[in-house]
Design a protein around this ligand. Structure first.
Ligand code: SF4
Ligand code: SF4
Length: 443
């Protein structure tokens, strides 16, 4: 029987647009834009400058900051400039623009050097290659993976959970990867489990992915350390806290991390990238991405080079049927609407979603009718109405006392609100304001 966490919502999933579309290689772009920060933590400094020739796989940005991950050229070519751009996350940052020099046919990979046998490698050796490959969480969070696998001495990790829940509506890329890259995912999972020194691995899948469930159950039958657990299809099932609650009935403490309850969670694509880095010396220079939405001619699942402009991927999906109402990087619940389509695909971009106007046109919000639907939907058991009022009234300290920072910005409250109040926007603003005030206090 499938289980779940409390609260959450059942949005329209719309996976029928792409779930049966196999992964296909996107065209190699003429130009890529590689942001120097594609992770949570310290931005990289460029290792190249304008005019330099670079090879696919070459490291072009790095830093000594511990919480960080290097970036690599995803095509061979010449660095045209290093400039500030708007990232698909909405932030601004430096990026290296690389143009191909019609040498795609000769393009060879600058591989990572693996000076040990990955099958018998020590945890620190595995982490060192994961770092050199620039691997970050690929489900959207972009937390550097080698840091996540570096467990403080006072913590014991009992379980590794492989996150194949993919709960955002429309997105099907994790599901396709689970069906098509199963061996790499399992191998990557084993490397991660060795790095963590854990003996119990759980593959977590939602019950709307029946083919993937069957494939993984067949494999797990021969793997003593790996168990497949199936969960009810519900948003946000893929959130780490929700997954841990559903899989192990453990609650991550407020302000804490999964490792506080003996668990590490990684996305299926992250595991596949770990396998490619350790087995093939492949840095993270491409990723599968779901290019979808009713505004596109031919939605599909593509393997695209990091740094590919979003507009190129939209063209490959047949272009727009009509002028879209909104283009989002990520899913409809937690993704970021794009003001233009020049922004590049980055390591955490699991989807590009183009929605027609009639699906995004919303009338002005009405007053709160105190129906409490937002309270019933919140997976973090918060009081969205009260939080909103405190943020609106600039009473940030009161919002903090009511656990504003526990909000995971899942958008469930906004989704169910009959008055169409964009609650989650208030919480993003409130959290940013709270952080700014804390920084000011520290200075
Ligand atoms: S966005 Fe925040 S307040 Fe709203 S449902 Fe999600 S966690 Fe709760
Ligand atoms: S769901 Fe909307 S209308 Fe209902 S209590 Fe929450 S904010 Fe108010």
């Amino acid at each position: 029987m499938s289980s779940s966490f409390k609260q959450g919502i059942h949005p329209r999933y719309k996976e029928e647009l792409t779930w049966q579309k196999p992964l296909q290689k996107a065209q190699i772009p003429e130009k890529v834009i590689i942001p120097l920060q594609q992770h949570i933590g310290a931005p990289c400094s460029p290792l190249v400058q304008k005019g330099d020739k670079v090879q696919k796989g070459q490291k072009i940005g790095d830093t000594e900051g511990f919480v960080s991950a290097p970036v690599h050229a995803s095509i061979s070519g010449q660095v045209k400039e290093i400039k500030e751009i708007r990232l698909p996350t909405g932030e601004r940052g430096q990026a290296a623009v690389i143009e191909s020099e019609n040498c795609r046919a000769k393009e060879s990979l600058e591989q990572l050097k693996i000076p040990f046998d990955p099958e018998s490698a020590a945890p620190e050796e595995i982490r060192s290659i994961i770092r050199e490959a620039g691997i970050t969480g690929m489900g959207g969070a972009m937390f550097p993976t080698h840091v996540k696998l570096n467990i403080p001495e006072n913590k014991d990790i009992e379980y590794f959970i492989l996150n194949g829940a993919e709960c955002e509506p429309y997105l099907t890329v994790d599901e396709r990867v689970m069906m098509e890259w199963t061996e790499e995912i399992i191998q990557g999972m084993k490397y991660i489990m060795s790095a963590l020194k854990v003996k119990k691995g759980i593959v977590a899948i939602e019950d709307n992915k029946q083919e993937a469930i069957k494939i993984f159950r067949d494999i797990a039958a021969d793997e003593e350390q790996i168990e497949v657990k199936v969960f009810k299809t519900k948003y946000p099932q893929g959130g780490e806290r929700m997954l841990i609650k559903a899989a192990l009935d453990r609650e991550v403490p407020e302000g804490g991390l999964p490792l506080d309850v003996g668990v590490v969670v990684n996305n299926v694509l992250t595991a596949a990238s770990v396998c490619r880095a350790l087995k093939e010396g492949m840095p993270l220079i491409e990723r599968p991405v779901c290019v979808t939405g009713e505004a596109l001619e031919e939605p599909g699942n593509y393997i695209a080079r990091i740094g590919t402009p979003i507009k190129d991927l939209i063209e490959q999906a047949g272009g727009f049927k009509s002028k879209p109402g909104k283009v989002i990087v990520g899913g409809p619940m937690m993704g970021v609407a794009q003001p233009d389509l020049e922004a590049p695909l980055i390591k955490g971009s699991s989807g590009i979603l183009a929605l027609p106007r009639d699906l995004v046109e919303v009338s002005a919000p009405l007053s709160c009718i105190r129906c409490a639907r937002c309270v019933d939907a919140c997976p973090m058991h918060l009081m969205p109405t009260k939080l909103m009022n405190f943020v609106k009234e600039d009473m940030i300290e009161k919002a903090e006392a009511m656990k504003l920072e526990s909000c995971i910005e899942c958008g469930c409250c906004s989704y169910v609100c009959p008055s169409r109040i964009p609650l989650v926007h208030y919480f993003r603003l409130g959290k940013a304001e709270l952080q700014a005030r804390k920084r000011d206090k520290d200075e």
